[in-house]
Design a protein. Sequence first.
Length: 235
Amino acid sequence: MLVGGAKYKLILLFCLVAAVYLLSSKISPFMGWNPHYPSSVSSPSRGGYTVLINTWKRNTLLKQSVAHYASCQGTDAIHVVWSEVDPPSYKLRDYLKKMVQKKSQTAQKPNLRFDLNEEDNLNNRFKPIQDLRTDAIFSVDDDVIVPCRTLDFAFTVWQTAPLTMVGFVPRMHWLNEEENGVVRYRYGGWWSVWWMGTYSMVLSKAAFFHKKYLELYTKEMPSSIQDYVSRERYR
C-alpha cells in the first residue's frame, strides 16, 4: 500500500508539473500578447528624470509629493499637471518652490513648473512638454510616494530598455473572442496579477517612460483614443 501510494503521488506530481508547463507556454497567446524584443535600443537617457505629478484639488497631497520627489537624487525637474479652472495660488507656488530648495540634496536644484489646463481630463498628463532636459519621465499621481532608493533603482532598470515602461502598478489584459471580425480585449485588475503571477502592462500612475511617447500619444495616435479615455474615465 505504501509503494502504491508513493507511486500515485509521483504520478500526480508529474501531472501537476506538466499542467504548469502547458499553462505557462499558453499564457501569452491567451492574453493576445506576443512580445517582440528588439536586439538593440536607443542610446542611454540623458542624466536624471523629470517627475510629472498629476494632481486635482488635493493641495496637501501635492505638497507632500513635491517635497518627497525633490529629495530624490535623480530628480532633474518637477512638473505639476494642474487641471482646474482656477490657476494655483501664488501662495502655493511659493511654498512649493521653497520646499524644493529645502528638500533637494543636489547642487543643481530641480526646476518646478506648473503645466496649466482649465479642463479636468486624464489626457492632460500625456501632453508634450517643451524644453525637457531629460529623456526619462516618471509619471505619478499625487497620492503615490515611491521611496527614493526604489525610484532610482527603477530608473536604472528603465535605462537598460528606454523604449519600455517601468513602473510599480501592474495590470493584465485578456483576449476575448472575436465579435464580428473585431478582436476585443478585457482589462484585468490587480486580482488578475495576483492570481496569475504575471502582468502585461503597467499603469502610468507610477511609471517611467520616454518623453517621446507624450508627442506620439497626443499628436500621432488617433484622436478616438483620447476621446475614449475621456468618455470611459469614470466607468
